[in-house]
Design a protein around this ligand. Structure first.
Ligand SMILES: C[S@@+](CC[C@H](N)C(=O)[O-])C[C@H]1O[C@@H](n2cnc3c(N)ncnc32)[C@H](O)[C@@H]1O
Length: 298
């Protein structure tokens, strides 16, 4: 990613997020998913120069891209932003390292950004041919190629079924295991074509969509990290503080909904998740599946 790029990612539900999270002057907030820095900047504007924002992202290239927008020279009315390369499942440790036990608010806008998707070399997109990588943190862990070339056939089928709700999960896993015996997978285009050869097209959706989603979730342990973040929140958010999660599929939303229903810990700000209106979806199709849940720590 070249240094002079600016983020193309359009933040979802920006006004609704600010309204429900209600960051106030002087508060300390954590944005767990800086991405292009859109939400981070909005929160920094609200907490003002007497407040503080700690921004995390597991992808150092996103932090570099967001830095000029959130941490560069500004007009002095925003709170200082510190960007930290970390997985949000390390939230308590990141705060402890800064002498903080609790903060006024924590926000996470899950998944990946349009900037990461557009970068073929990240291997997140089946539309662009690139290396079969898919790691959101390119400095750690197994790649999607490692997974499809080594995981057992039943385990692959489980991943496609559980994380992608792919009805043809067993057939795809079988085909992948057959193919890798003669030629291991190395590129997104190759995998997408093999999936397309054994999953019938339905509606306007590319048959590779669900398998790619499932692999991305598995490679990045996305649900495990979300579970660990949600488990950490009650201890790190002050009484009266707020926590907000934007999710993009039911596996994530179900977890946020369940966590915020814990009696005696949270009071839901919105009983039903907030979704984008027609005007935002027309401008930003990615907002179509976004669901925002916000809760106040009791
Ligand atoms: C949807 S984007 C965030 C967009 C951002 N809110 C904005 O307004 O530009 C999600 C970001 O979260 C990061 N991310 C996803 N899972 C993460 C995790 N477990 N820990 C830290 N960062 C994560 C991704 O690398 C990506 O940059």
């Amino acid at each position: 990613m070249s240094a002079d790029r600016v983020p193309v990612h359009a933040s979802v539900l920006p006004a609704e997020t600010l309204e429900l999270l209600d960051p106030r002057p002087g508060e300390t907030w954590v944005d767990c998913t800086v991405g292009g820095g859109g939400h981070t900047r909005l929160i920094a504007e609200r907490v003002g120069p007497t407040g503080r924002v700690i921004g995390l992202d597991q992808d150092p290239t996103m932090l570099a891209l967001a830095r000029p927008r959130v941490a560069g020279p500004r007009d002095g009315t925003e709170g200082p932003v510190e960007l930290v390369h970390a997985n949000f499942d390390q939230l308590a440790e990141v705060l402890a390292a800064r002498g903080l036990a609790q903060v006024d608010g924590v926000f996470a806008d899950l998944g990946f950004s349009s900037d990461q998707l557009a970068e073929a070399a990240r291997g997140l997109s089946f539309r662009e041919d690139g290396p079969l990588d898919m790691r959101l943190d390119p400095t750690a862990g197994a790649t999607a190629a490692d997974v499809v070339n080594t995981m057992s056939e039943p385990a692959l089928a489980d991943v496609f079924w559980e994380y992608g709700e792919e009805r043809h999960s067993r057939r795809v896993a079988k085909r992948i295991v057959e193919r890798r015996q003669t030629q291991p997978f190395a590129t997104t285009g190759d995998l997408a074509n093999v999936v397309r050869s054994c999953v019938p097209r339905s509606g306007g959706i590319d048959p590779a969509t669900r398998v790619f989603q499932a692999l991305r979730i598995a490679v990045n342990d996305e649900l495990g990290a979300l579970d660990r973040l949600l488990a950490a929140l009650p201890a790190v958010v002050k009484p009266g503080g707020r926590a907000g999660i934007i999710s993009f599929h039911s596996l994530e939303d179900r977890r946020a909904k369940h966590a915020f229903r814990t009696a005696g810990v949270w009071r839901l700000v919105n009983k039903k998740p907030v979704e984008a209106g027609a005007e935002e979806i027309a401008r930003n199709p990615r907002a179509r599946s976004a669901k925002l849940r916000v809760a106040v720590k009791i």
